[in-house]
Design a protein around this ligand. Structure first.
Ligand code: GAP
Length: 499
């Protein structure tokens, strides 16, 4: 087995652990699983939805509450089809693909060539890898599909399934899903499921600006949005990393032309700080500046995270110039200009965009939290403990309350504690099962606090409070619980790091 194959197997095994854990503990299920699932579509279970909501709320607050000049929006998924003509998605939102005639498998051309470059890199041939990537970028920029096919053949790139180089021509494939609006065939109109949320912001730019408060809606200002996006991804793999239906958290920041690079740097730092504050470690994050720029950008970078399958894009920061607003102005024939009081000029603003997938952030946070500790049990035997080490503010469940036994008034007392906490925190009450097993189950879903009501509670109103990461237990007064838990799980502890 080659080094690369070994590495892949290890990566696959690491990802598989996360996928299995996510399913077993109610985080993520394959969509319509009873019908064997639907490729690249997933459902969030009882713990997954809580975790995802926490991440979305934190992003929302970090963007809007912490920036006086950023406001929210919730635009529809369906938009007038001309939107996508103006944005360039009808003509340019394509992936060049190639099929292997023997295996009948379809691949993205850039993925195949990048795979070969990675092989060179692993063999220590850095210069060769870079030359190959440069050549690929040049051909992609020129849309030279014959050249790309020749490059694949010259480099002897073979299909990982059939092992042959029996390739078809390279073809373009548009990633937008189309559907029909209107019941009568003649009147129906082809509309698209939005492939990004950003265009809903662009077309509402003046609505928001004109209806906003004076000082906050002066340039520079931003509009933030969370919503579903859809892409007919060809190579759908790596769990929720690349989905066909996913959720984006995007913000467009409108600036004076010529000032875009300073805001690009500002948001690059802000977004990095956010990812660090929610618990992603420094050594698993890095920046990657784009060499091949998208059709709308004059600068772009990815914040990459080290997923179980290597460093991959988590978030994009793009300087989109005035590309979108200018095109919407041209196609809609409506002025999309801003009159800048300070310089007495009217112009189409430039835009810095921050764009992160809620699902990708979820995967980053989940895989980072997954922890296996090897310890020793009471008999001195090696024992593995698995737990999810979430920042308490994003953990799906904040506290679980158990009575030690189901008699002598302990369940009633435990319910009192549960009622004290449930209005402020997502709390679980459980009276079945042994305490040890209950602790393990809460570790598996990352609950930071477990509270046990025992006989001593009945005498002095104290409980044992167990901490997830250390498994240490302390005796605390019931009346102290809201404060202790409240301080640990408050969004404040994250948001104050971002000022
Ligand atoms: N508006 C700009 C835009 O959409 P993008 O780089 O294509 O840019 C932005 O996407 C982010 O959306 C990515 O960094 C990623 O987090 C997320 N994303 C994109 N495609 C995705 C997919 N198929 N599945 C899950 N997340 C995706």
């Amino acid at each position: 087995m080659s080094k690369k194959q070994q590495a892949l197997t290890l990566e696959e095994a690491n990802l598989q652990k996360i996928v299995s854990h996510a399913k077993e503990y109610g985080f993520v299920f394959p969509s319509s699983e009873i019908y064997d699932g639907l490729q690249a579509v997933y459902d969030y279970g009882q713990n997954g939805v809580e975790l995802k909501n926490n991440l979305k709320q934190l992003w929302w607050k970090a963007m809007t509450q912490l920036h006086e000049n950023v406001v929210g929006l919730d635009a529809a998924i369906f938009m007038h089809p001309t939107t996508w003509k103006a944005s360039g998605h009808v003509d340019s939102f394509n992936d060049p693909l190639i099929d292997n005639k023997d295996s009948k498998k379809r691949y993205r051309v850039d993925h195949l060539i990048e795979g070969k470059a990675e092989e060179y890199r692993q063999a220590g041939e850095e210069a060769k890898a870079q030359a190959l990537l440069d050549k690929m970028n040049e051909l992609l920029n020129r849309e030279d599909f014959e050249g790309l096919r020749n490059l694949i053949i010259e480099e002897n790139i073979v299909c990982p399934v059939s092992g042959t180089a029996n390739w078809t021509e390279v073809r373009q494939f548009n990633l937008m899903f189309a559907t029909k609006a209107g019941a009568v065939a003649e009147d129906s109109m082809t509309i698209y499921l939005r492939p990004e949320t950003a265009q809903g912001i662009f077309v509402n730019f003046l609505n928001v600006q004109k209806t906003g408060r004076g000082t906050s809606m002066k340039i520079p200002f931003g509009i933030a949005q969370i919503g579903k996006a859809f892409r007919n991804e060809i190579v759908a793999r790596q769990f929720i990393f690349r989905m066909r239906e996913f959720e984006q958290m995007e913000m467009q920041f409108f600036v004076r032309p010529g000032e875009e690079m300073q805001w690009y740097e500002y948001w690059k730092q802000k977004r990095y700080d956010f990812l660090r504050a929610i618990g992603l470690p420094e050594n698993k994050l890095r920046f990657h500046e784009h060499e091949k720029l998208a059709h709308y950008a004059n600068a772009a970078l990815d914040i990459e995270y080290e997923f179980p399958f290597g460093f991959k894009e988590l978030e994009g920061i793009h300087s989109r110039t005035d590309f979108d607003l200018r095109n919407h102005e041209q196609y809609s024939k409506k002025k999309l200009r801003y009159f800048d009081d300070e310089i007495k000029q009217s112009y189409i603003p430039y835009v810095i965009e921050t764009s992160i997938g809620a699902d990708r952030l979820f995967l980053a946070v989940l895989s980072n939290a997954y922890t296996e500790d090897i310890g020793v049990d009471a008999k001195g035997n090696e024992k593995k403990r698995i737990y999810l080490k979430f920042h308490p503010a994003i953990a799906p469940v904040k506290a679980a309350v158990f009575p030690l036994v189901r008699k002598d008034g302990l369940p009633e007392k435990a319910r009192e504690v549960f009622n004290l906490l449930r209005y402020d925190f997502n709390t679980i009450y459980e009276e079945r099962g042994a305490i040890g097993k209950n602790y393990t189950r809460q570790d598996m879903i990352g609950t930071p606090f477990c509270i046990t009501v025992d006989y001593q509670t009945m005498e002095d109103n104290t409980v044992t409070l167990r901490h997830r990461d250390t498994t240490e237990q302390e005796r605390v007064a019931i009346a102290e619980l809201p404060r202790i838990i409240g301080e640990a799980v408050s969004f404040r502890s994250i948001l104050t790091q971002l000022q």
